[in-house]
Design a protein around this ligand. Structure first.
Ligand code: BDR
Ligand code: CA
Length: 313
């Protein structure tokens, strides 16, 4: 099994991503770190604890991390996840029986990496602030990181602005620090692909019927679904973060291509945007693996099968 740490800002799709990790025998979820993003760090931490309580994984330490971006303050914009971060349904999840780990996120990451007997996969599925801080503060631990599987960026445009996807937009400087000249192997799962992997109401109904845990997860989605209907005219929703965790659990489930990338950090309409250099004459420059395709039905089936098994005795 591969040790896995999830760095997250729950978040409806983050909840599905945590559930997928908990349901996957290929990985050992050894820690969860939280970051500001969809809501305040207090709420993302509380939500992570609640989701782990739902999953009966209160053994996993949860440490709170960055409350703000590295350099420039950013106004709060996320509306998709409601004021509590779980579309108004956080209270439907079990009350955690424990609090967060006393360590901050970077310290927990450092301790877990140091103690690990093999390289650890980290799946950052929120703003990249904690990961940028980790790489800057503990460069000697890079060898203990097998891979970062990051959900973020949009190759052909964003969701917060025309240019920027939410996770990169929240902290462009941190994203640049992590993704450009990456000092560890990185697989980036952009919103172009995660949107193509959207799941339908029928998919959700199947999950909801499978178990109490499935029903609780699906119970978080009505408002999130309504947002997709309103803004994109869809009858379904993207599981963004769960797509990245699927790749962390089963390397190669997404097809990737290696590209040099950059993140726009200038102030202007492009701030937070991902730049993917597809020019062939630049192909030999250092790059990261960008997820560009997948067997979409196979992937939806994989996630559904895993989540359906949760809480079924
Ligand atoms: C990303 O933004 C957040 O709202 C989601 O949880 C996901 O990580 C998608 O752009
Ligand atoms: Ca997220």
């Amino acid at each position: 099994t591969t040790p896995l740490i999830i760095d997250t800002d729950p978040g409806v799709d983050d909840a599905f991503a945590l559930a997928l990790a908990a349901a996957s025998p290929e990985v050992d979820l050894i820690g969860v770190t939280t970051v500001f993003g969809n809501v305040s760090p207090e709420l993302t931490t509380r939500n992570a604890l609640r989701v782990l309580a739902l999953l009966d994984r209160e053994d996993v330490p949860v440490a709170a991390g960055a409350a703000r971006p590295l350099v420039h303050p950013q106004p709060h914009v996320s509306k998709a996840h409601g004021s509590d971060g779980l579309s108004g349904f956080a209270d439907t999840l079990p009350e955690p029986t424990r609090g967060p780990d006393p360590r901050d996120a970077v310290t927990l990451l450092k301790d877990l990496l140091t103690a690990a007997d093999r390289p650890v996969t980290i799946a950052p599925i929120g703003p990249l602030t904690n990961i940028a801080l980790l790489l800057a503060a503990h460069p000697g631990l890079r060898a203990k990181i097998a891979r970062l599987v990051v959900m973020g960026g949009g190759i052909r445009g964003g969701n917060v602005t025309a240019a920027a996807e939410f996770n990169l937009w929240c902290d462009p400087e941190a994203a640049r620090r992590v993704l450009v000249g990456a000092e560890v192997p990185v697989t980036l799962v952009p919103m172009d692909l995660t949107r193509r992997c959207a799941v339908s109401a029928a998919w959700l109904a199947e999950l909801g019927a499978a178990s109490e845990v499935g029903a609780k997860l699906v119970g978080l989605t009505p408002d999130y679904l309504a947002t997709y209907r309103k803004f994109l005219g869809w009858d379904g929703m993207a599981l963004h973060d769960a797509v990245a965790v699927a790749e962390a659990v089963r390397p190669g489930i997404l097809a990737t291509r290696r590209f040099p990338v950059d993140v726009e950090c200038a102030f202007g309409p492009g701030r937070g945007g991902l730049l993917v250099d597809e020019r062939l004459e630049h192909a030999d420059r250092p790059g990261i693996d960008v997820a560009v395709d997948a067997d979409l039905d196979g992937l939806r089936g994989f996630v559904l099968d895993r989540l359906r098994a949760l809480g079924v005795r």
